[in-house]
Design a protein around this ligand. Structure first.
Ligand code: LLP
Length: 385
C-alpha cells in the first residue's frame, strides 16, 4: 500500500490514476493459492473485479482459473493467457453470440441461470456439433448480510434458478443431448464479512447435493461462488484477506462426497492492492458551512460510493500540516451523488495535495465510465516507480 514516502515519486504522473501495489497482489495470491492447495480447492478469479492486463497476467501466473460475466470477459481472459479449460462463464443474460463464442472456445463450464438458457445452450452447442458442460446456478435463498445492492442469493433475486423450478424441470434438462450437467453453482453476494454466512451456504449446498443425487442427477463440481469481503475501514489492518478462515469453514461444513470444490473470488484478490490517486483542485465552503474538497477524480473513475453508498478510506499523502479539519470530498462529475466521503478528518488539505482513495483495486477501474467525456484513468504499478 502507498506510504507517504512514496508520494513524491507519484508527482510525475497525471492524476487521477490507479496505483497498484504489485507486491501486495503477489502476497495475496501466494496466500490464497497456498491455503486452497491444502484443501484441494480450485480458485477462479472473477475478471469483472479488475481486468487490467498486467493484473490479469500476474493472477494467471499463480495458476488460477477465470470466472467471466460476458463473452468479452471470456475473450479477455483467453487473451491474457488463461486456459479455456479453467474458465467459467456465469451471468443472468447471455447473448447467443456470446454463448456461441464460449462454446467454440471449449471453456470449463457455462453456469446457467434459467431453464430457457439451458435450452438455448443446448441448441447452439448442437448446431456447433458439440456437447457443452454446464453448471446449474441454483438460487439458495440465503441472506448474505451485506449491502442490499450486492446481495444476489435471496429468493426474489434475478440470479439463479429456484430450486423448485430446477427439480420440476430436471427430466427436461436430463433429456437434452448437447449439454451435460457438470456441476452446480451458487453465489450469494459480495463483500461478505460475517463468515458464518458461509456455514449456512454449506448447509444449503449439502442438502441440494444430496437431494439432486436422490433424483438421479449425476454431476461433478460444486462451485460456491465468491463474495469474501475485505476491510475497507482500516485496510492496513488486513491487507491480505483471511482466506484461511473461509476455507476452513467450507472444509469443515461442506459435505459433497469428494466432488471438486470451486470458488470465484474477485474483490478479495484485488481490492487492497489498488488505490485511486487524485489531486485536490479546489476548496470551498457551502452556505451551511460544509467544507468541500473538490478533487480531480469522480464517480467516473470510482463509482462505488455514488452507486452503493460504499465507504473507502481516504488519506492525504502529501500534506505536512499539523492542523486537522473535517472535509467532504467531492468529485468533478455533474451528479450530486458524486461524493467520495462526508465528514472525513484530514490534515489541512489544499489545492495540489494528493489524496489516496484506498481499497479501490476491485470494481474501481472495471466500472469506470466516460460520463462527462472524462478520460479513462491510467494505471501505475509499484514496480515501475
Ligand atoms: N461469481 C459471481 C457469479 C459473481 O456475480 C461475482 C460478483 C463474483 C463471483 C465475485 O464476487 P466477489 O468475490 O468479488 O465478491 N460492483 C460491486 C460488486 C458486484 C459483484 C458482482 N458479482 C461492488 O463494487 O461492490
Amino acid at each position: 500500500m502507498l506510504s507517504r514516502q512514496t508520494a513524491p515519486s507519484l508527482r510525475k504522473f497525471e492524476t487521477p490514476f490507479y496505483f497498484y501495489d504489485i507486491n501486495l497482489l503477489r502476497q495475496t495470491l501466494e496466500s490464497i493459492t497456498s491455503v486452497a492447495k491444502r484443501y484441494g480447492f480450485v480458485i477462479h478469479y472473477a475478471v469483472k473485479a479488475n481486468f487490467d492486463p498486467r493484473i490479469l497476467s500476474i493472477i494467471r501466473e499463480y495458476g488460477l482459473g477465470a470466472d467471466c460475466a460476458s463473452g468479452n470477459e471470456v475473450r479477455c481472459a483467453i487473451e491474457a493467457g488463461f486456459d479455456p479449460s479453467g474458465i467459467m462463464y456465469a451471468g443472468v443474460g447471455k447473448r447467443d453470440a456470446e454463448l456461441r463464442y464460449a462454446i467454440e472456445q471449449g471453456i470449463f463450464a457455462i453456469n446457467c441461470e434459467s431453464l430457457q438458457e439451458i435450452q438455448v445452450v443446448d441448441s447452439i452447442a448442437g448446431a456447433l456439433g458439440k456437447v457443452q458442460d454446464i453448471g446449474l446456478r441454483v438460487n439458495p435463498d440465503i441472506d448474505p448480510k451485506t449491502n442490499k445492492c450486492i446481495d444476489t442469493g435471496q429468493a426474489d433475486s434475478k440470479f439463479g434458478i429456484s430450486y423448485e423450478e430446477l427439480v420440476a424441470n430436471l427430466d427436461v434438462i436430463k433429456s437434452l443431448k448437447n449439454v451435460r450437467v457438470a456441476g452446480i453453482h451458487l453465489h450469494i453476494g459480495s463483500q461478505i464479512r460475517e463468515l458464518h454466512v458461509f456455514e449456512y451456504l454449506c448447509v444449503k449446498v449439502n442438502s441440494i447435493v444430496e437431494h439432486l443425487g436422490k433424483l438421479g442427477l449425476d454431476f461433478g463440481f460444486v462451485d460456491v461462488g465468491g463474495g469474501l469481503g475485505i476491510n475497507y475501514d482500516v485496510p492496513e489492518n488486513e491487507p491480505v484477506p483471511n482466506f484461511a478462515s473461509v476455507f476452513s469453514i467450507i472444509q469443515s461444513h461442506l459435505k459433497v462426497g469428494g466432488r471438486p470444490v470451486h470458488f470465484e473470488f474477485g474483490r478479495a484478490i484485488v481490492a487492497q492492492c489498488g488505490e485511486l490517486i487524485t489531486s485536490v483542485l479546489f476548496n470551498k465552503t457551502t452556505a451551511s458551512g460544509r467544507r468541500l474538497v473538490i478533487v480531480d477524480a469522480s464517480m467516473t473513475e470510482l463509482i462505488r460510493p455514488a452507486l452503493y453508498g460504499a465507504y473507502h478510506n481516504i488519506e492525504n499523502i502529501t500534506s505536512t500540516s499539523e492542523e486537522r479539519k473535517r472535509y467532504t470530498i467531492v468529485g468533478t462529475a455533474c451528479e450530486s451523488t458524486d461524493v467520495f466521503d462526508e465528514g472525513v478528518t484530514l490534515p489541512l488539505t489544499q489545492r495540489g495535495d494528493l489524496l489516496t482513495i484506498k481499497s479501490a483495486g476491485a470494481y474501481g477501474m472495471s466500472m469506470a465510465s466516460r460520463y462527462n467525456l472524462h478520460d479513462l484513468p491510467s494505471a501505475v504499478y509499484s514496480d515501475e516507480l
